[in-house]
Ligand binder design. Sequence first.
Ligand code: ADP
Length: 398
Amino acid sequence: MSAVLVINSGSSSFKYQLIDMATETELASGLVERIGEASGHARHNAAGADRVEQTLPIPDHTAGFAVMLATFAASGPQLSTANLVAVGHRVVQGGSIFQGPTVIDDEVLAQISALSDLAPLHNPAHVQGINAARAQFPDVPHVAVFDTSFHQTMPAPAYTYAINTALAAEYSIRRYGAHGSSHKFVSEAVAEFLGRPLAELKTIVLHLGNGASACAVDGGVSIDTSMGLTPLQGLVMGTRSGDIDPAVLFHLHRKAGMSIEELDTLLNKQSGMLGLTGNGDMRDVEDAAVAGDAVAQAALDVYYHRIRGYVGNYIAQLGGLDVIVFTAGIGENSGIVRAGALAGLEFLGIEIDPAKNDPFSRVARVISTDDSKVTVLVIPTNEELEIARQTLETIKAA
Ligand code: ADP
């Protein structure tokens, strides 16, 4: 047996998952949160055991990792017998530097830190988490797996913004995309599920969670994606606006006197479904729309309109289409959203079968009709497993 520990650290929390790589199954997972607050919280789920909850002060990430280690020791599984071979870290922004997963040393850590300008909320938190994890696990390699690197294959016309090239180069302004681990995992799972060679599939992945992005995948390679310099661009999200005319910002600055900070907060935290309905949680919006709330229905219509636009765009960019696949919290669970987003696309050979789409299920499945030219799938994503796979491949190749 060999195991990989996957870490996803935020500024005041981190999630972890221990994965047995022979069977690709979860041995344990957990969350350490409210780091730095008066009272912290830790949750640990070991396979086949009761959940362990603890409330205690956790002053910093290093203390958080000590809590995690103590919980593994007390509640299992024992890390000493799990044969931990590596720790894999999710890192949101790898810029143009990191084309793939990378073994972390001091120089790599400094580069991740230097990319904080492009991901101010994420990369500094990852650096904290990596430092703490390296201190607790000094004897195994640590690997950074970047959300952006799957999209490094995008051709220049797809990633280039039409602004002054010198300015763009000086400030590293281009489309980087995000959700790369999910888009990679799901597009590969499509080929496996259909029993077809990945190289011959043209696929649109719709990752619809609180954050949402679309990706055009040609033969396993990302050729376009909806997120941009940051995860703000593209689809309508829980609290993010997605695409918007940048002139809206100049207008609000000049006419409403809003500052850059206020505009940042407005577009990232107070927009999307939250801005349109007052509620950023898709379940609530859906329930309201089903109960006849016109505001909620109008917001869903905006949400669908945006997705449909990207589907049309990516069919053109791919020069055809074999598969559309839905994933993440909304994509996996909401038949209403899946049907709404693809309604009216029958003329493109995209036909959802309500009898397959409506029932709730947790497994990979086809939801298109037998006659649909494009196969529409739902495939649960597993970003942690993808990070663990890439981590293992990277240390094997090192
Ligand atoms: P993230 O990882 O980006 O935080 P998730 O992929 O967990 O997000 O997705 C969270 C979203 O999924 C929430 O908006 C939630 O309302 C939505 N969701 C979960 N279950 C359902 C459901 N049954 N129907 C509609 N939306 C759902």
